[in-house]
Design a protein around this ligand. Structure first.
Ligand code: ADP
Ligand code: MG
Ligand code: MG
Length: 890
């Protein structure tokens, strides 16, 4: 044996010694949990796991298996043989195994499991004799050839499906269950011939060749395209690798006392404390999720609620069900979390084949976290860590407007909550293309598979004709937070004419539909949606989060509606109020244009005099809504030509309003053209040249603040923010202007207020000079959008063409405009924070870029000791939770 043991055994008492055998990073999630379940005495078929570490060795060593690995696997197979009393490859008493992939986190895109490995023309007879069930043996063999040929040999599975259809037709059968032993046996001959014809060599009869072929295919699948796409979408490092699990088969297809199923220890859609699952009698492995037969409910209650007839497992197999329920309790106590499990019953005996922490909707995540605290299973901090902040987004998802008219096309299963409408796309590529064009797309498929993931991600919702609540579509959509309706049996899709029927209604690709993933309903056309209500569990968990976080959470908002919404979501102030948005108002834009196009200061001042009352009104309403909470108002930032007219009609309009000829206006506009507006005449540079603009804005702020303070009695402390500063001198000059304006207003109003003048830090020079700038500035707000643009030298508006390739090739781990480039831009933030604090220990520090709503960036802000993060209103709950998680993790 080599120094690094790459092979671990589990089951039959083999796994208690080495903690690495239960470590996900070593043996993958599936292997770790199988070993863990075995170690707490649950019935797990024995097996071995080749560690994830070997995946890298294999893929870098020319895809070779060395002698030590072969010896390790041989030893593991012996362990399984001892546990089962069967021998791998033995003709009389053959051991069959499954070969299963398993990365650290469950990952669609990896090789599909191969079941019944170890069958060949001889061992199939041994299996028949041993089980006394000829049909079962040949059924298992044909399943094995089909699966192995598909996933290991790379043959198209439709070749085999067509042969099966043919066999049924020849015999006049409609269901697989009508085929007897001799039919399966005949089909095996056909299947083997297909392999011979396609590959020019026979289906492998040597069981060791079968085993090593499957092991190699698992490791190869780590580098497959679909695995890479999934890793990219989910930020999974390529270096993790996958493990391979080889496990003794147990058979759910041995007749009416056998079954297979999947279950959750609580309802993954609602979080209700009720067992939830699906099962099938006389079935194997993926039959439940594949959507070939319609699965039955696990519990009597669920069956009755759904009004279904086919018996639940609780009713049909009370003894095995009782054992299963007991296992659920053991698992929840052990893992202290809701579990998603796979099980098989072989002749009334229960076996556990998988457990993992179950994917759940945001609603369920909240309910489960809150109830587990009440049940004493976990504490508040743990509950906070249990909920993915990004998942809260789902709760804020729209629902259908109950008053809206609707044209119902039918009903499927409510597989992932939320409502969405969009145009029908019949395949993942089309969905992606149309979404890139800015369309809202609903992906409609018979069923989805891992190749569809990018299309599902691009779509606003997913609808499938087949598959249950635990189908691929359902599980993936829930994870992505996309609404999904699955198993809508009345749909038939014609891929050639790109049309589809819902019962007797015909629609075509590109038509608009609406899906409601909370009820399973599907409608023709776009049904309007309404905002959801946040429930008690949300309030409880957010209350805990607020108690445990250190940073404040503010919002980026400028309209009264946004400010109100943000307060409902728990914002504790405004971190960024962009005043330019107020300039675009239809009534104001002519004066803005007049100001910009004025030839001199007097002309500008007369236009600004028109804008002053409007700006003051804006600030009054914001101060009123924020009721004493801090509000940072940024003075005008964008290049002036952004406000200029574009079309001839707009120029003509303006000419009429301001009484200047069209030609003169066009010439002035031409003069304002800039080659590089992002680095041009914008930000505080506008006020260095035209101070009267900031003077008007400062006046509007202070007048509004004085008035609202007097009317409401609240202490209003405006924070006036100067954008795009690079030097201390800029701040000095403009702060002088703001202070003089404040003094004038206070004298006129006979009232004095405290206020702060501070700056954005959004240029590398400002970050470097932060120590000096802090002599003038009372606060810094990190404008990480511009700071990212200027540090990386990448224009955000032009990045789309190449940034994808940068992320794909790992040049940046994630889109740096979505998640802060902590390594690079983060250095400037830390350094500026440190230098600023050195000059002014009580300087207020915050972040107002998009990153203020991104959990990873928020964790960085916590570590840097910022006072607050500021996010768009809908991201405020995400930021509150992420800030609490960051504080708890320390
Ligand atoms: P996935 O990760 O896609 O769920 P799994 O390896 O868990 O793949 O297996 C696919 C199906 O095969 C599951 O239903 C599982 O329970 C079943 N299965 C896997 N190994 C065995 C086994 N040793 N005996 C019986 N069924 C198995
Ligand atoms: Mg699978
Ligand atoms: Mg599984």
């Amino acid at each position: 044996m080599s120094d690094t043991p790459y092979v671990f055994k589990f089951g039959n008492g083999a796994n208690s010694v080495d903690p690495r055998s239960r470590d996900k990073t070593v043996v993958g999630g599936k292997g770790a949990n199988l070993a863990e379940m075995a170690s707490i005495g649950l019935p797990v078929p024995a097996g071995l796991t080749i560690s994830t570490e070997f995946c890298a060795v294999y893929n870098s060593n020319g895809k070779q298996f060395d002698d030590s690995l072969r010896a390790g696997v041989a030893d593991g197979v012996k362990h399984i043989e001892e546990a089962t009393g069967r021998i791998f490859g033995d003709t009389a008493n053959p051991l069959l195994v499954s070969v299963r992939s398993g990365a650290r986190v469950s990952m669609p895109g990896m090789m599909d499991t191969v079941l019944n490995l170890g069958l060949n023309d001889q061992t199939v007879q041994g299996l028949a004799d041993g089980s006394g069930n000829l049909r079962f043996a040949w059924d298992s063999y044909r399943r094995f050839i089909q699966m192995y040929s598909d996933v290991v040999l790379g043959l198209e599975h439709h070749l085999f499906e067509e042969a099966l259809e043919q066999a049924k037709e020849d015999n006049g059968f409609h269901e697989d269950t009508q085929l007897e032993a001799e039919h399966w046996q005949a089909l095996v001959t056909v299947y083997k011939q297909i392999v011979q014809d396609e590959l020019g060599r026979p289906f492998p009869q040597d069981v060791h060749e079968q085993l090593w072929g499957a092991i190699g295919a698992v490791f190869d699948s780590w580098e497959s395209e679909r695995a890479k796409v999934y890793r990219r979408l989910n930020d999974i490092p390529g270096g993790w690798g996958t493990a391979v699990n080889v496990q003794a088969m147990v058979f759910g297809n041995m007749g009416d006392t056998s079954a297979t199923g999947v279950a959750f220890t609580r309802d993954p859609a609602t979080g209700e404390k009720a067992y939830y699952g699906e099962w099938l009698v006389n079935a194997q492995g993926e039959d439940v999720v594949a959507g070939i037969r319609t699965p039955q409910y696990l519990t009597k209650q669920a069956r009755e609620r759904a009004g279904a007839k086919a018996p639940s497992m609780e009713e049909a197999m009370p003894q095995a069900y009782g054992e299963l329920a007991n296992v659920f309790e053991v698992l929840e106590k052990h893992y202290k979390d809701m579990q998603d499990i796979e099980f098989t019953v072989e002749r009334n005996q229960l076996f556990m084949l998988q457990t993992r922490s179950g994917k759940r909707t945001a609603k369920a995540a909240l309910k489960i976290a809150v109830e587990m605290v009440q049940e004493g299973l976990i504490d508040e901090k743990e509950a906070i860590l249990r909920v993915d902040p990004m998942a809260l987004d789902q709760l804020l998802h729209p629902a259908l407007d109950p008053k809206a008219e609707r044209d119902n096309l039918g009903k499927g299963l409510p597989a992932s909550p939320g409502a969405a409408n969009g145009i029908i796309a019949l395949d993942a590529d089309t969905a992606q293309q149309w979404a890139e064009r800015g369309e809202n797309v609903i992906l409609v498929r018979v069923e989805t598979s891992p190749e569809d993931i990018a299309g599902m991600h691009a779509a606003r919702g997913v609808l499938t004709a087949r598959g249950g609540m635990t189908s691929h579509a359902a599980v993936v959509a829930r994870g992505m937070g996309r609404p999904c309706v699955s198993g809508m049996g009345t749909i038939s899709i014609d891929n050639r004419s790109r049309t589809l029927r819902f019962g007797n209604r015909e629609l075509k690709e590109g038509d608009v539909i609406t899906i409601d993933g909370s009820t399973g309903d599907v409608f023709a056309g776009a049904v309007p949606t309404i905002e959801p209500e946040l429930g008690d569990d949300f309030a409880t968990l957010m209350g805990w989060a607020d108690k445990h976080r250190r940073m404040k959470v503010r919002t980026n908002a400028e309209t009264p509606e946004d400010c109100r919404m943000a307060r409902v979501f728990g914002a504790e102030g405004i971190g960024l109020c962009r005043t330019e948005h107020m300039f675009f108002d239809a009534e104001r834009i002519p004066y803005v244009r007049q100001m910009i196009l004025a030839e001199d200061e007097a002309g500008r001042r007369s236009a600004l005099a028109h804008l002053l009352p409007a700006q003051r009104e804006d600030f009054r309403s914001i101060f009123k809504i924020m009721a004493g909470l801090p509000a940072t108002i940024r003075l005008l930032d964008p290049p002036l030509h952004e406000f200029l007219p574009h079309s001839d009609a707009e120029f003509a309009d303006l000419s009429e309003t301001v009484g200047i000829g069209v030609e003169t206006l066009k010439r002035r506009a031409g003069e304002l053209h800039e080659f590089n507006p992002m680095l041009g005449h914008r930000g505080c540079r506008l006020a260095i040249t035209f101070p009267e603009i900031y003077e008007m804005q400062a006046r509007a702020i202070f007048e509004a603040a004085c008035e609202v303070a007097t009317e409401s009695g609240e202490a209003i402390v405006p924070e006036v923010m100067i954008p795009l500063v690079a030097t201390k001198r800029e701040v000095e000059i403009l702060k002088g202007l703001i202070d003089r304006t404040a003094a004038k207003v206070f004298e006129e109003k006979g009232k004095t207020l405290d206020y702060l003048v501070g700056t954005m830090i959004e240029l590398p020079r400002a970050a470097l000079m932060a120590g000096e700038i802090a002599e003038e500035a009372r606060f810094f707000s990190f404008g990480t959008n511009d700071l990212t643009q200027t540090t990386l030298g990448i224009s955000r508006d032009d990045a789309a063409r190449f940034l994808g390739a940068y992320v794909d090739q790992g040049i940046y781990p994630r889109d740096p405009f979505v998640s802060l480039d902590i390594e690079g831009v983060g250095q400037l933030v830390s350094l500026a924070a440190e230098r600023g604090r050195k000059t002014r220990p009580d300087i207020k520090l915050g972040i107002c870029g998009e990153h203020g709503g991104d959990p990873a960036s928020i964790a960085f802000c916590e570590a840097t000791g910022l006072d607050y993060v500021s996010a768009s209103p809908f991201r405020v709950p995400i930021a509150r939770l992420a800030a609490a998680q960051a504080a708890i993790k320390g």
